[in-house]
Design a protein around this ligand. Structure first.
Ligand code: 3HC
Length: 301
């Protein structure tokens, strides 16, 4: 059945190569997913060799983990390893039909990246953004072909979560949108069309939810109590574990975007901002006790 709002599948372009801009946590998960499900070459790019190596190493480690668990065989593991490569230049995207960016959550940076990509790709290449909260329309506005830009918003962990928010910008054309849905289906994701509005749908809900939990801690509830208050509801993980998975910096960016758009509805917690400033990956230490510095940040509010 065609998802609500999806154009005719016949309009979708065939994808034989994918480019991924960025080699961070989301980007490297995306690279593996595209290679595994579309079985096409995937090229990752990033600003320096160290980041690139880290991204490719993540992909290789995940392939080894899938092999060890018996999820894939040795032949598939070898094929996947060969499909994902890194390149320091975007020229490697010249023959890609789809390029997705998963770089720093900043409109200016994303605009710059998309214009650099547009300079090397073919006219029919679809440009996707994995933005968590920013406007797809604004991101595409200064491009020569804004109609080829579409939002493909994946959720962490990318390999596991089935949801895919597909975002149609004001100028996105039917062929790009049809390609987005077809790619989502091939990746075995449930694509849903969402409005190009701040943080789309899911991050609005999650940010509100996280904001209330963080707010309770800011108001003096012990972190452990707030984090475990909803355990009985059977959520897959506690709110602060989720924050750790997503990364506090991403959570903060989304909260800031939503606060700017809807000041009365979303707050930006000073303790979350301080956690990011302190470079903490979350409130938990590696042994899964509350990190003493994170506790201090929250208790000093
Ligand atoms: N990467 C790859 N695979 C992972 C993984 C990861 N980080 N974490 C877990 N998995 C895999 C495991 O390998 C396992 O696979 P298998 O079935 O092949 O063995 C499977 O997921 C289940 O894992 P576990 O049994 O270890 O653990 P759980 O049953 O507790 O599930 C979870 C783990 C899927 C992460 C679950 O806790 C969950 O769904 N948590 C909520 C995550 C969530 O809400 N994400 C959305 C974040 S918001 C976002 O990303 C948007 C952005 O814009 C901010």
């Amino acid at each position: 059945k065609r998802p609500a709002g999806a154009p005719d599948r016949a309009l979708a372009r065939t994808i034989t190569k994918v480019g991924v801009v960025g080699a961070g946590l989301m980007a490297s998960q995306l690279a593996l997913l595209f290679a595994r499900r579309l079985q096409v070459p995937v090229v990752l790019t990033d600003l320096d060799q160290a980041r690139l190596d880290k991204g490719v190493a993540y992909v290789h480690a995940e392939i080894a983990r899938l092999l060890a668990k018996g999820r894939i065989g040795a032949d598939t593991a070898n094929r996947l390893t060969g499909l994902v490569t890194g390149s320091l230049t975007k020229d490697a995207f010249a023959d890609a039909e789809l390029v997705i960016e998963a770089v720093f959550e900043d409109l200016k940076v994303k605009r710059q990246v998309l214009s650099e990509v547009e300079a090397v790709v073919r006219p029919e290449c679809v440009l996707a953004t994995n933005t968590s909260s920013l406007s797809v329309t604004a991101m595409a506005a200064e491009l020569r072909h804004p109609e080829r830009v579409v939002g493909l918003h994946f959720f962490n962990p990318v390999a596991v979560l089935p949801l895919l928010e597909v975002v149609r910008g004001e100028r996105t054309d039917d062929a790009s949108l049809a390609t987005a849905f077809a790619v989502g289906k091939a990746l075995r994701k449930s694509g849903v069309l969402v409005k190009d509005a701040p943080a789309f749908v899911v991050n609005r809900l999650l940010t509100r939810f996280m904001g209330e939990v963080i707010g309770a801690v800011d108001e003096g509830t012990p972190i452990e109590t707030a984090d475990h208050a909803l355990d009985g509801l059977g959520l897959p993980m506690t709110p602060f574990t989720l924050l750790q998975l997503v990364g506090p910096a991403v959570g903060l960016h989304v909260a800031e975007t939503l606060h700017e758009a809807f000041p009365g509805r979303y707050k930006v917690s000073a303790s979350l901002a301080n956690l990011v400033k302190a470079g903490k990956p979350g409130v938990y230490a590696p042994d899964f006790t509350i990190d003493p510095e994170a506790r201090e940040i929250f208790e000093s509010q």
